[in-house]
Design a protein around this ligand. Structure first.
Ligand code: SIN
Ligand code: CO
Length: 402
């Protein structure tokens, strides 16, 4: 019987020793309990006598194939510049590399090479659909991709030569990127742990852990078994598409119970209740989220055009001056507006955007084509009007003199 291990009371060690029988240095259940998605683990000798299933020349050959995902990364240390060339690569690309400070990375090598795919067998204790790919890197001394964070769990198995790994287990460590580099390298990196890995050693990292691996001393090959975990945004987007594909076009928002509108632009409680009926899968959404989404959606739904943004932006003083001079404020014909009352006040929606707005102003904006000059009598009203003017929803017109 497969029993879950009892919870442990002390902090588990960050470094253990593996064996042919236990590549993780412990039973999988213990690894899952103590390390998986929680903390890093260095397993020395995870694969005793490890021999890489692919040679560097074959990896370089694969990087030149149409359809293989590869990157060649060179680091100019003196000028602190990074150069990235995406595949398919050519022999000429490799001719420029020199004997230090570069690395080649090839993704999905398991799909191209059955011997590489066989490396996945020891990871069969994880659901196979959690696996993303095996990425293999080859690097000359000093080569690496720089300090970064990955969004997925990864097992970094040293295949050939040595790699210096530095990681930071500090939960407060900054995770913002350097703005200048497409590699999404960290702006700052202060390691808390450093190791030199030999062939057969393996480092497990949970998602979000800053790390930096640099080839040390000679040619270096690292095999990354990467996992995947869809983001909530991806899951939500796909679920919505999935559900939408299965709904018939005549299944629609319906309001046979409609009562005469007291304020024409309002998205009221009855409308939100009808929405919940039309979207049973949105039952878990709170009122504020449902209202905010619907306000944005319905004001851009089936709009053939958008209001044009004015040539010149106004500031508050400019708007006040124009209104004082008698300019009229007209709603742009392509502007669609609605408003709703929420916990934090009234929100005005226009063509998919939202602004806080005084209730009386929101009502007026939705009900009238021309806005009365006294609508701009308070600071919050002026702020809303200014935003609408600068986004083109309201247009200032000079008064015609006869
Ligand atoms: C590597 O360069 O092989 C490892 C890349 C990584 O840190 O994800
Ligand atoms: Co990484």
């Amino acid at each position: 019987m497969n029993r879950a291990p009892t919870p442990r009371k002390t902090t588990p060690p960050i470094e253990v020793r593996g064996s042919a029988r236990q590549p993780l240095g412990m039973p999988p259940a213990q690894f899952l309990r103590d390390y998986w998605q929680k903390r890093p683990l260095l397993v020395r000798n995870a694969f005793p006598g490890f021999v890489p299933p692919i040679q560097p020349e074959d990896l370089a050959g694969l990087a030149c194939e149409e359809g293989a995902l590869s990157r060649l990364i060179r680091h100019d240390e003196a000028r602190e510049r990074w150069q990235v060339k995406t595949g398919p690569l050519t022999e000429a690309d490799f001719a420029k590399t020199g004997d230090a400070n570069w690395t080649l990375l090839v993704q999905d090598v398991d799909k191209w090479d059955a011997d590489v795919a066989a490396l996945l067998e020891p990871f069969a204790f994880l659901p196979s659909w959690r696996l993303d790919d095996i990425m293999i890197s080859y690097a000359e001394p000093g080569g690496g991709v720089g300090a970064h964070v990955d969004q997925y769990d990864v097992f970094l198995l040293q295949g050939l030569g040595q790699r210096h790994w530095a990681i930071s287990t500090d939960p407060e460590a900054p995770r913002d990127f350097r703005p200048d580099i497409e590699l999404k390298q960290l702006r700052e990196f202060e390691p808390t742990h450093e190791w030199l890995l030999d062939p057969g050693d393996m480092l497990y990292l949970p998602p979000g852990m800053p790390h930096d691996g640099v080839a040390f001393g000679g040619p270096c090959m690292t095999i990354s078994v990467g996992m995947r975990a869809p983001s909530q945004a991806e899951l939500t987007g796909d679920l919505a598409d999935y559900l939408a594909e299965r709904l018939h076009d005549d299944q629609r928002y319906a309001d046979p119970d409609l009562a005469p509108a007291k304020a024409p632009g309002e998205i009221d409680a009855a409308a939100l209740a009808r929405l919940r009926k039309a979207l049973p899968f949105a039952a878990a959404l709170d009122e504020e989220t449902l209202r905010d989404w619907f306000g944005r959606f319905i004001t851009r739904y089936r709009n053939a055009q958008l209001p044009a943004v004015p040539d010149r932006m106004l500031d508050e003083a400019g708007l006040r001056k124009r209104l004082a001079a008698g300019a009229r404020l007209l709603r742009h014909p392509w502007s669609r507006m609605a408003w709703s009352r929420g916990k934090s006040g009234c929100t005005l929606y226009a063509n998919g955007q939202a602004w806080p707005a005084p209730l009386a102003l929101a009502r007026q904006l939705c009900a009238q084509r021309e806005i009365a000059p006294d609508a701009a009598s308070t600071a919050p009203a002026i702020a809303t009007l200014l935003a609408l003017v600068n986004d083109g929803h309201l247009v200032l017109r000079k008064v015609r003199r006869r």
